[in-house]
Design a protein around this ligand. Structure first.
Ligand code: PLP
Length: 391
């Protein structure tokens, strides 16, 4: 009668969304200011000025029927040109517009890329902990999601990746800066990964799918450009976080010109975009983003949030690596069951996401892309929670 897999996906909702909805119900009961919702990764810092300026300029100067009309399926030609030029000048990659596909955010970039690459029986490696939707996207594309652990600092465990590669491996998803750990992979570890993939690509190519919605959100650490460390790279970019445009659904896919069969891969990207109904990404925001490439919302604000929360949680006795990027703290649960810990936190109106759905037990994710006042007011609650465990 209907697709049971889809029904199940729709009914079971993501853990993050579940907690967010709980927060809304709780806010209606006790007031928004008394709920400390650290569940969602919704940017809290306004978009940079270039976004508003370009929206105003376009509305004032472009005929509405052009501005709001369909663009080409892969995106407006001048926008694709601008993205290609940006990649060329910023990262030294000889990118061309015919390898750039405008999409509806990173989610669409990933689903299109996975559908473009996946053949029956293919496996895609994800590094734990990982963004939970990876499994959903991989399985919906017909692939197998193969979880591989990271090391104790959540960096790439090369031996573990090597051990997981087999004749079915089609790709590896890499997300840096990372959600949920805030880790930024450095040049050496990415190079080592590139060399391993190169070595294992002799029979058939293994693709590096670089998921980069947080590229600009770093606190000083360089984020190496994946196309410069490995040839078979497909970059899935989004403006959701960098420009605080999560609700506008805009991003792009860029296929590395050095990919084996880059043109054919791009054709498959166009085909997957077509079959999934992701043609012609939002037209106004394609053009806005073309004028804001490489810009970001004020990272200083996220840094202040990070420092305030990380400092306070450490003082309370919680264990947590200081994030180098993105806007999440990955905090060790003081009891083995992170779900039980998150439940206990609710007593203090603290809404934290247990790590189980990220593919590892025993942690909670705390999204610090919230108003500064939310963090300030939450600190006594964290202190009380800590006292339950550490006295
Ligand atoms: N990938 C990662 C690692 C994310 O954290 C997110 C959103 O939180 C996405 C992809 C999806 O991003 P978008 O909203 O651009 O679809």
């Amino acid at each position: 009668m209907l697709n049971k897999t889809m029904q199940k996906l729709g009914e079971e909702r993501s853990v993050i969304r579940e907690i967010f909805e709980y927060g809304n119900r709780r806010a209606a009961e006790i007031g928004r200011e008394n709920v400390f919702d650290f569940s969602l990764g919704n940017p809290s810092v306004p978009s940079p000025a270039c976004v508003r300026e370009e929206i105003d300029r376009l509305l004032a100067t472009m005929p509405a029927e052009v501005l709001h009309g369909y663009t080409s399926a892969a995106g407006a030609p001048d926008v694709r040109d601008a993205v290609a030029n940006y990649i060329k000048t910023s990262f030294g990659v000889p990118m061309t517009a015919d390898l750039v596909y405008m999409t509806c955010g990173a989610a669409a970039s990933l689903t299109i890329t996975l559908n473009a690459l996946c053949e029956e029986g293919d496996e895609f490696i994800v590094l734990t902990p990982y963004f939970p939707e990876y499994r959903v996207f991989i399985e919906a594309a017909g692939g197998v999601c193969r979880e591989v652990k990271t090391d104790a600092r959540f960096h790439i465990d090369l031996a573990a990746v090597e051990g997981a590669i087999n004749e079915h491996t089609k790709g590896i998803l890499v997300n840096s800066p990372n959600n949920p750990t805030g880790v930024v992979y450095d040049e050496e570890e990415l190079k080592a990964l590139g060399e391993l993939l190169e070595e294992k690509s002799k029979e058939r190519p293994i693709f590096l799918i670089a998921d980069e919605p947080y590229r600009e959100l770093t606190y000083g650490k360089q984020v190496p450009y994946p196309m410069n460390v490995y040839q078979n790279t497909v970059l899935c970019y989004s403006f959701s976080k960098s420009l605080s445009l999560a609700g506008e659904r805009i991003g792009y896919i860029a296929v590395s010109p050095s990919c084996v069969g880059a043109k054919e891969i791009f054709a498959a990207v166009c085909g997957a975009g077509r079959s999934l109904g992701f043609v012609c990404a939002p037209a106004l925001f394609q053009r806005v983003c073309a004028k804001c490439l490489g810009k970001s919302s004020d990272i200083g604000e996220y840094r202040k949030n990070r420092d305030l929360l990380h400092g306070a949680l450490q003082k309370d006795g919680f264990e947590c690596v200081e994030p180098d990027g993105a806007f999440y703290l990955f905090v060790k649960s003081p009891e083995p069951d992170a779900k039980a810990f998150a439940e206990r936190a609710k007593k203090y109106e603290l809404l934290l996401v247990p790590s189980d759905s990220f593919g590892v037990p025993g942690y909670v994710r705390v999204s610090y892309c919230v108003a500064r006042s939310t963090i300030e007011h939450s600190l006594p609650a964290f202190e009380q929670l800590a006292k339950e465990y550490f006295g």
